[in-house]
Write a protein that binds this ligand. Sequence first.
Ligand SMILES: NC(=O)c1ccc[n+]([C@@H]2O[C@H](COP(=O)([O-])OP(=O)(O)OC[C@H]3O[C@@H](n4cnc5c(N)ncnc54)[C@H](O)[C@@H]3O)[C@@H](O)[C@H]2O)c1
Ligand SMILES: [Fe+2]
Length: 377
Amino acid sequence: MPNDDFHAWSYFNPVNIKFNVSASTELATELRGHRYAVVTYDEPYFAKIRKELEDLVGPAECTINDVQPNPDCQILHDQCERLNSKVTNIEIIVALGGGSVIDTAKVLSASTLGFSNVLDFVTNEKKELNLPPIPIIAVPTTAGTGSEVTCWATIWDETEQKKYSLAHPDLYPKYAIIDPSLMVNKPVDLTMATGLDALSHALESIWNCNANPVSARYAIFAAKTIIRDLPELLSMPKNLALRENLAEAALMSGLAFSNTKTAIAHNLSYPITLKYGVTHGIACSFTLPTILRSVAKIGGFRREALQEIFGTNLLKGADMLTSTLSAMQVKMRFRDYGANQEETTNIIDAAFLGQRGKNFIGSKEDFLVSARAGNLV
Ligand SMILES: NC(=O)c1ccc[n+]([C@@H]2O[C@H](COP(=O)([O-])OP(=O)(O)OC[C@H]3O[C@@H](n4cnc5c(N)ncnc54)[C@H](O)[C@@H]3O)[C@@H](O)[C@H]2O)c1
Ligand SMILES: [Fe+2]
């Protein structure tokens, strides 16, 4: 295990956060007198919120309302063309939805000269983005991704079976407006998957080379809250107080991993989502107990952070996490999702070589030992 403590560190997040406020009131204040676009899903619930907003501040210059889960290159290309062909001087993009909507808004915001610029940037064919981007107001309707406080977006390419990360310091949203009342009608499955995504962000920010004491404080709060409240929320999905707690926890996870990025659980998850269609939040959480076991000998402030969440015995904590996930019916082995032995080996090898894998403070050897012992592989 590498030396996991340090002395010099920094923390930065520029997003102006408004929590537990009325989204429509706050949006009305920020949008009045400005030319704005709305990005959202094509669903009646979101059309209703959009109409309420337009009644308050006047019509949007452009509406992109066909966001699909896991924004794919093909549809992003089309959406960018639509935004760019309609108007040239949009001042604000409102992202009303979960991670897929906020990530789409970030791509649109960076694509004023066309989607190909962004694609060339994320595939490393171009070193610079043609920025500044259009400012974003993010109104998350899921409590999960933390995209409202990060400066990156995940772009999926189903045809090529690839996933790209658009990352640029100018892509932090200008505002994150968090109104938990927008989340009370979230279906139980979505509540669970997004809550587990946030748990994964919190833990991934701790067993991370880039962790610092500030990110660790956010992560501890987030993980403890999610482990305590998510199971109860699943049995009481309309409970606003629990929705508020989960929204706050997801935000804190976002603030934690906005400075560290994710780590090995996320890199292991991407092929499981791309190849087997497993929801992001599930795909990035079923490996968490194994990863926790593999870093049980970690030292320093990361150990203290994990102990604040799981108790002094981290191996017992990993068992507790397995029980929590199993009680939510999360399947705990690669083969449960369709990956055979050879594919699993390939996924693990590639995950440790990738950038997110390199953020992980633990080792592949220790991971494999606990994966075999815990029957993950
Ligand atoms: N940029 C980041 O930092 C970051 C971090 C993690 C994940 N992500 C990305 O975010 C995406 C996942 O986002 P997500 O989990 O928030 O889900 P999502 O945005 O993909 O939404 C999934 C579905 O949830 C429904 N939905 C959303 N809010 C609802 C509400 N309040 N009530 C009822 N239905 C609602 C929508 O109809 C949608 O079809 C993935 O593509 C993932 O790669 C990004
Ligand atoms: Fe995630």
